[in-house]
Design a protein around this ligand. Structure first.
Ligand code: ADP
Ligand code: MG
Length: 334
């Protein structure tokens, strides 16, 4: 089982940023309003993610490290409509098989926290406010070949920051802080005041720079087709940067499906086509686009990292993103 976990880990964990991504996913699934990341040596020596979420009950702590242990879905039907970031129950087990791990957690109704040592399975009382701290030390210690593939600490740190950035851009209601070697390197405060658009713009400005907001247009598109419950079959919203003005950078293209960051050819192509049609530019478009659609029409369980998706009808998604972005770019700005 240890070997199987390690092989599975190879698919989920490529570098420290993969761990960061999974742990922040878990914190958000637990309803955290503040997520703090502490790193040493770009995350290779230490990744510590602290949240103020629901916590893990004592009797579930050791179960959480087992393979296919998930508290998030109970049936195949749930899988169709999965609303959480995680659902495969693989991440913690995988990470535990390739690093020194410990969980420290306290639920709202517990008198104190419990700490679980991932290696020994020892469970002991500890002190903490409500929430969970997951500590991951010496990633890939047992697989030196993998460890050799890691880049410099600075590069690994940049990837870790990018992993949090992807979460931050879709959760302005959650505060994020990143510490490296004892220094605060990024901090994005929770924005809850004002409208959803204002909160979102504030977060975009904090994370991507205020230029991104001032030099972009609002995308807001709804397909005319409706779901059974009356919601638009597809909604595309967000901001598309004007490349003349905004510094065009290949790494400033963020696409989300139902709150999940994805890398997807259909979305990339649709956005690019809109830029070519309207602006005839050859520069890299810059955008943060959010697609909301019926979860039953998109499969997020294509790959263990859940970064790839498969649409049931990719044409309708392509059209919505393309039209939505085109409309926004073609509207004269005041
Ligand atoms: P998944 O997220 O796919 O369910 P994971 O291996 O990432 O699987 O986590 C296993 C389980 O551990 C989760 O289903 C959840 O019950 C619990 N868990 C992990 N991290 C946290 C956290 N930060 N707060 C609360 N519960 C957590
Ligand atoms: Mg998870």
């Amino acid at each position: 089982d240890d070997l199987i976990s390690q092989i599975a880990a190879g698919e989920v964990v490529e570098r420290p940023a993969s761990v960061v991504r999974e742990l922040v996913d878990n914190a958000l699934d637990a309803g955290a309003t503040q997520v703090t990341l502490r790193l040493l040596a770009g995350g290779v020596r230490l990744i510590l993610v602290e949240d103020d979420g629901l916590g893990i009950p004592r009797e579930e702590l050791s179960i959480a490290l087992r393979r296919h242990a998930t508290s998030k879905i109970a049936s195949l039907q749930d899988l169709e409509a999965v609303g959480t970031m995680g659902f495969r129950g693989e991440a913690l087990a995988a990470i535990n098989s390739i690093a020194d791990m410990s969980l420290l957690s306290r639920t709202g109704d517990s008198e104190h926290a419990w700490q679980l040592d991932g290696r020994t399975g020892e469970l002991k009382p500890a002190a903490r406010n409500r929430g969970t701290s997951v500590e991951v030390r010496e990633l890939f210690y047992a697989t030196p070949a993998r460890r050799k593939f890691l880049k410099t600490d600075a590069t690994e740190l940049a990837h870790c920051i990018e992993a949090v950035r992807r979460h931050a851009l879709v959760r302005p209601d959650v505060g994020f802080a990143i510490w490296h070697e004892g220094k605060l390197v990024e901090q994005w405060r929770a924005c809850s005041a004002g409208s959803a658009q204002e909160a979102h713009d504030q977060r975009l400005a904090d994370v991507l720079g205020s230029d991104f907001v001032t030099q972009s247009v609002i995308v807001n598109y709804e397909s005319s087709a409706r779901r059974a419950d009356g919601l638009p079959a597809l909604r595309v919203w967000g901001r598309a940067g004007i490349p003349d003005a905004a510094r065009s950078r290949a790494d400033q293209q963020f696409a989300y499906v139902n709150g999940r960051y994805v890398r997807d050819k259909v979305l990339t192509h649709a956005a690019r086509s809109a830029y070519e049609d309207v602006l005839h530019g050859h520069r890299q478009p810059v955008y943060a686009l959010y697609v909301e659609m019926d979860p039953a029409r998109v499969d997020v369980n294509v790959h263990p990292t859940k970064i790839e998706v498969r649409f049931r009808d990719s044409r309708e998604v392509h059209q919505a993103v393309r039209h939505g972005t085109e409309n926004a770019l073609a509207t004269p700005r005041s």
